[in-house]
Design a protein around this ligand. Structure first.
Ligand code: AMP
Length: 191
């Protein structure tokens, strides 16, 4: 199996690239943000709880997020591998993911970070907010909070996987195709 963490700040292109990678490598794309938005759209208890955090640009608590991720993985055991997008976002989430992988006799093959500058992120997210219908893309204060949360809580996940030599960075600036080619080169290098 190939189990990837597609990593990077909000607006770095993870969702766009994951959709293309899924087609090429036949992996299951699991985006915790998409899962939360689905629950919010259906007004489920999980969705209602998540909404209060998401609309402010805060992280949903680990216990809720980890449980939801675990359910999704366990419901889809017979796949060629997973692309985790937007998860893990904290060290406890990383530890929980490693434990889940170990239970399946699997491990994370690579964490690939899309490296994009802050100014570019804000521009991209405000642009996306015009059409995405996402409250958390529409307000510059919320966007800046998401970037702060990324730096404080989420960036340490890169270092966590770097300890085992699992983390790599690719340049996230350029055209969608250029960035896709850089990602494919990283994936094709997995032994
Ligand atoms: P995303 O679509 O990945 O940008 O996620 C949108 C929002 O959902 C984030 O700003 C968080 O509020 C929440 N979220 C998504 N994934 C996670 C996660 N792994 N841990 C905590 N909150 C999350």
């Amino acid at each position: 199996m190939i189990n990837l963490i597609l990593f990077g700040p909000p607006g770095s292109g993870k969702g766009t690239q994951a959709a293309k990678l899924v087609e090429k490598y036949n992996l299951l794309h699991i985006s915790t943000g998409d899962l939360f938005r689905y629950e919010m759209g259906n007004n489920t208890p999980l969705g209602l709880e998540a909404k209060s955090y998401i609309n402010k640009g805060e992280l949903v608590p680990d216990s809720v997020t980890i449980g939801m991720l675990r359910n999704k993985v366990e419901a889809n055991p017979d796949v060629a591998g997973y692309i985790f997008d937007g998860f893990p976002r904290t060290i406890p989430q990383s530890e929980a993911l490693d434990k889940l992988m170990a239970e399946m006799d699997q491990k994370i093959s690579k964490l690939i970070m899309l490296d994009v500058e802050d100014v570019e992120i804000v521009t991209r997210l405000l642009e996306r907010g015009k059409t995405s219908g996402r409250k958390d893309d529409a307000d510059e204060g919320v966007i800046r909070n998401r970037i702060d949360v990324y730096k404080d809580n989420t960036f340490p996940v890169y270092d966590f996987y770097a300890q085992s030599g699992t983390s790599v960075k690719v340049d996230g600036m350029g055209s969608i195709e250029e960035i896709f080619d850089r990602l494919c080169a990283q994936i094709d290098a997995i032994k």
